[in-house]
Design a protein around this ligand. Sequence first.
Ligand SMILES: Cc1cc2nc3c(=O)[nH]c(=O)nc-3n(C[C@H](O)[C@H](O)[C@H](O)COP(=O)(O)OP(=O)(O)OC[C@H]3O[C@@H](n4cnc5c(N)ncnc54)[C@H](O)[C@@H]3O)c2cc1C
Length: 386
Amino acid sequence: MIKTDVCIIGAGPSGAATSLMLSNLKIHHFIIDKETFPRDKTCGDGLILYAYKAMKILGNNLFEDFLNHPNFLHSKGVRLHINSKICLPVTESEDRDFFISYAKRIDFDHFLVEKLSKIFTNIEFGNGVKNLEEKPDGILITLKDEKQILTKLIVGADGANSIVSKKLALPKNDIKNKSTFVSAYFKNINDFNEMNEGEIRLIYKKAPLFFYIFPLVNGEANVSLGGNSYFIKKHKINLIQEIENIISSNKYVKHKFSNAERISNWRGWVIPYHLGKQKIIGNRFLLTGDAAGLSNAFYKEGVGTGMMSGIIAARNIEKCLKYNNFSANFLKEYETEIKNEFGKLLKFSLYMLKISKYKRIFGFLVEIFKNRFIKKSFKIIERRSY
Ligand SMILES: Cc1cc2nc3c(=O)[nH]c(=O)nc-3n(C[C@H](O)[C@H](O)[C@H](O)COP(=O)(O)OP(=O)(O)OC[C@H]3O[C@@H](n4cnc5c(N)ncnc54)[C@H](O)[C@@H]3O)c2cc1C
């Protein structure tokens, strides 16, 4: 049996950021993923705010290499169409170069994984976690090939269906605090302007749905649709049917798709946002990213919040090792820091999502507060971005 101080499960953005920060702190650790990289992940492929902030904090030229990567596209803004009359242009201020970047996850996650330390990181990819058992001196991890690792502390960075959360945090099935989305890649979409602006539209069916078109390099685009999982289930909304209808018949959208070709299958996945409603720490474990429910309910940022949570996790792990204390009580500081960093923004987004159910009221409020929001957004961006 292998013994280690720290083992990260999952090498998506949250796990990779945890590993990179642990290496910056000179802490040896394991990182495990059931997949080998490059591997794909269903996503909108938009990177904003915390993704930039996290890359800057992680250092080692990560941010500069990201900016110069040939497969990543950088843009000054996104247009959020609340209805046919109201459009919120969310843009960067004049003194900044971009507000959002677009990177296929197959490339971005691989880019991060390639940066993992050769000195401090033991990599075990293509070998998923099969079981976890609490032992007096650690958590015993059994992998698919029956290899066993005993770790003093385990980091659950294994996404929305986290086995670490299922086995150690015992989560409730929280369908009201997650979104369900479908997404596919297209090429030859007309009408992207020179600024490469992404487009988000609120589309009202029996519940509000969010329709995204995000540009990518090589004239491709990521097109997705989704909304609150509870409403989608309650109203029996078929997301693939709905998105195909939007593309073929929505009067603000269909002309863009007149020459377009779908170049991948539709794929579906969930986005959890249950911070404050489920456990994210316990004896010898902590959760990051989607496993901790850290996605933004309204605009779906989950990559950046995941990476930032990995950085906060690594700093707290350093303290655990220093004081040889891996108890739930000691890890409460991690939970507090996560709530301090994301709590306000994620609560506000959840609130926005809740009001957006009421089409008229939401439109009215956006109309009134539009200019204030645009002014304030620069401050929000400054605090949480690069
Ligand atoms: C359709 C859609 C659109 C989205 N759009 C955006 C967007 O535009 N911008 C944005 O910021 N976010 C977006 N998100 C959210 C974003 O994809 C997630 O928040 C983000 O991937 C979370 O990163 P993570 O590292 O926590 O988890 P993941 O990226 O899910 O990584 C988890 C890793 O754990 C591994 N793993 C899982 N189980 C095991 C196991 N048992 N053993 C070993 N390894 C395991 C997986 O293979 C995976 O590599 C979107 C999500 C969806 C579904």
